[in-house]
Design a protein around this ligand. Structure first.
Ligand SMILES: C[C@@](CO)(OP(=O)(O)O)[C@H](O)COP(=O)(O)OP(=O)(O)OC[C@H]1O[C@@H](n2ccc(N)nc2=O)[C@H](O)[C@@H]1O
Ligand SMILES: Nc1ncnc2c1ncn2[C@@H]1O[C@H](COP(=O)(O)OP(=O)(O)O)[C@@H](O)[C@H]1O
Length: 315
């Protein structure tokens, strides 16, 4: 954390964290610890959650906004776990009031819980005036979930290991997306387990030659800032597993491309479908057509890359 952001502390601090889409998600075999090694390219998107942390006498959580009723409001909430982990790191008592304002779909493959954890870490660190740098925060984040370090980092990054080891990726310009939110969520562990099952059954579309190959062609297209070059290179090894669990997503993916998107992909473990569009105007048109097609609970536009988690109030 920069000294500048440490000086802007007050009673309550609000931090904003981005959602993500995996532009490339290569998944290795299941490891003995139950996780899978990944090679993934994350892009942070302009669909955000805001988390306010205030002084309290207990650890409390309130949640409002998109999908709030499906999010736990007790100590199992990832934002509460983040505050507990940070309190343990600095040896203070984990008391704070956490208010989460969600826009990121719950269990949607866009890392909403991870975003809330990252925002709670940044907000609590600022409220407590902690001298904690980004590397320490990132280590605490990795203990909370594989996607939490990227929610802190934002922008565009190559993720390896469980997805928690990050290297920044050069990306030029702005990419425009349409997001089709599904009626039902998907559980991340179940989607990974379904991929293992498909691979055990040697289903052809569940296998890739070398899942942990670095996607250099995609990274070149990102550096060139060319959505037409990026679109055909979007790839997600978890997509066959998500489609196996929610076959209706095939229709959603087709509908987005029929509506004029350059390409569509399941975001992470799904079920949100993300459509890359040529420009902002095209995204607005695709969103309108997709809304009318009745293949999604709700449709949003978003752009990326955007910065990682940051304090927005007081600023
Ligand atoms: C699939 C991805 C792609 O970015 O995101 P989502 O689609 O969930 O947002 C991530 O790998 C999700 O990361 P995250 O949601 O933080 O997962 P974690 O809490 O660390 O792990 C939840 C469970 O997912 C499985 N898991 C997760 C990460 C990984 N590299 N291998 C795994 O097998 C394990 O079963 C693990 O117990
Ligand atoms: N703050 C939070 N926001 C969203 N989900 C949370 C949160 N804390 C815990 N969860 C749980 O984590 C699960 C995964 O949610 P989420 O992170 O939104 O999805 P995904 O892993 O698909 O990106 C949800 O089913 C929810 O019960």
């Amino acid at each position: 954390m920069s000294p500048a952001s440490l000086s802007v502390v007050s009673d309550s601090v609000t931090a904003r964290a981005p959602s993500k889409v995996n532009l490339h998600l290569g998944v290795g075999p299941r490891r003995p610890d139950g996780y899978h090694d990944l090679v993934t390219v994350f892009q942070a998107l302009s669909l955000h959650d805001d988390v306010r942390v205030s002084p309290g006498t207990d650890l409390t959580v309130s949640v409002r906004g998109e999908g709030a009723s499906a999010v736990p409001d007790d100590s199992s909430n990832l934002a509460a776990r983040a505050v507990q982990a940070l309190a343990e790191w600095c040896g203070r008592s984990p008391v704070a009031a956490i208010d989460i304002d969600k826009s990121i779909p719950v269990a949607g493959g866009m890392a909403g819980g991870s975003a809330d954890a990252a925002a709670a870490l940044v907000a609590a660190a600022a409220m407590w005036k902690l001298d904690v740098d980004r590397d320490d925060l990132s280590d605490i984040a990795a203990g909370l979930g594989s996607d939490v370090p990227f929610a802190l980092h934002g922008a565009t990054a190559l993720g390896t290991g469980r997805g928690e080891q990050l290297i920044s990726v050069l990306s030029r310009g702005e990419f425009h997306w349409v997001l089709a939110l599904a009626r039902e969520g998907l559980s991340t562990p179940q989607v990974y387990a379904e991929l293992d099952r498909l691979r055990d059954n040697r289903s052809d579309d569940a296998m890739t030659d070398d899942p942990l190959r670095r996607p250099d062609d995609l990274m070149q297209a990102l550096a060139a800032g060319d959505p037409r070059a990026v679109a055909p290179l979007l790839h997600n090894d978890l997509q066959p597993a998500a489609l196996s669990l929610q076959p209706a997503l095939r229709r959603t993916l087709r509908a987005g491309v029929d509506a004029g998107a350059l390409n569509g992909i399941v975001s992470g473990s799904g079920p949100t479908c993300a459509f890359l569009c040529l420009d902002e105007g095209s995204a607005v048109n695709v969103a309108a057509e997709l809304s009318g097609a009745g293949v999604a609970r709700s449709v949003r536009t978003a752009s990326g890359p955007v910065p990682g988690t940051r304090v927005i109030s007081p600023d």
